[in-house]
Design a protein around this ligand. Sequence first.
Ligand code: NDP
Length: 448
Amino acid sequence: MFKSEYVKKVYDNLVAKNPNELEFQQAALEILESLEPLVLARPEIQKNKILERFVEPERFVQFRVAWVDDNGEVQVNRGYRVQYNSSIGPYKGGLRFHPTVNASIIKFLGLEQVLKNSLTSLPMGGGKGGSDFDPKGKSDREIMAFCQAFMTELYRHIGPDTDVPAGDIGVGGREIGYLYGQYRRIKNENVGVLTGKGLTYGGSLVRTEATGYGLCYFTLEALKVMKNESFKAKKVVISGSGNVAIYACEKATSLGAKVVAMSDSNGYIYDEDGINLAVVKEIKEVRRGRIKEYLNYVTKAKYVEGPQNIWAIKCDIALPCATQNELDLEAAKMLVKNGVIAVCEGANMPSTLEAAKYFISSGIIYGPAKAANAGGVATSGLEMSQNSARLSWSFAEVDAKLKDIMVNIFHNAYNMAKKLGNPYDLLAGANIAGFEKVCNAMLALGVY
Ligand code: NDP
């Protein structure tokens, strides 16, 4: 597994200190394995214990969130914020509201975020947060009550130059609005302390679309450079039907592809004529319903119970945009056998480590999450710039910047992968390209 005794020791120590945190261990293993060539080439990393410091969050906050539901009953949830690494800028990373959220999930997302933010080339450190609160089935008033209670604790840990959270699973424009409303009530400040804000109160155009659009810009550049291909006439399968999936579908379609399947945690829909995105938006964005309801609008589409088998559909391009570990080795083998040419990740760590390694060894394009889905946080960085300057850029301006950033991220990861000897290993390329900047900043800042 490891060639370097030093890297192995760092990993073994992390496992011993964080037992039962499987997602965190998985993310750390994936990153540490691929950093080995750099560690062997640069002895100052070991000498200054950079890896030990890199995997240990600067700060981890856990707190109680008590709120009152519509029946007048008190509910208690657990809130988290990990402030992982601030060597290149203020902590930055989303908030996830989902019943599966725990310390392991938050730390894996935080660690990934450090490298992702570095790859954007913007000055942003890494953080992540959230709660085990389940927004599903809650009334609008309950969502507001929860968000207000959550921010009543979180506000003391964040700030426009300290830590700037955004959305993630279960946290979209509505939740960011309630969170920001409460921050302003407490602090009496109109500042860029959250991103993903509404356009009427400091948000940026393109932020809603950014992760999905950015994923397609990254994929398009990879297709062009690595396979002399494009999205034109390609059959695409997208998992999920949330923020990332919807805007990935929109951009892929506008680039000439046909998206034939999308899913939610209950199952997937297959529409051989191409997904009607207006219907998906109506179901998911307006009514907050289930993907199965697509059949009420498009009667000849098919619905299959259980989301996992979506990867059995024959396609040219697969864009996993739902959640972690949704694509295992078996699914990876099926995709490759069916002739997929590109698998690019909109979700965070959607492929298991075995699946990722299989893609890399198969000679297909594998776009790892921290590179391929960095468009969301990159546009959040652009929102921060606009907030600081008290300016609003046009849609075209932000979109052009997003495109540049994604093309640049691809080339950084690809050039590093080529330098390492395997142009298909964009995972190692992205990890090392992202890590180098953080490492150099940590060395320059001295021990902290
Ligand atoms: P949303 O909450 O908007 O949507 C998540 C979607 O995934 C929902 O449709 C959900 O369905 C579905 N889903 C959850 N679990 C499964 C499953 N096991 N199989 C199939 N579908 C499932 O979240 P986002 O779109 O914002 O986030 C999706 C992923 O993208 C996450 O991994 C997130 O960390 C990552 N990401 C998001 C960014 C952003 O800007 N929003 C930025 C970078 C990464 P259901 O309604 O049934 O739960």
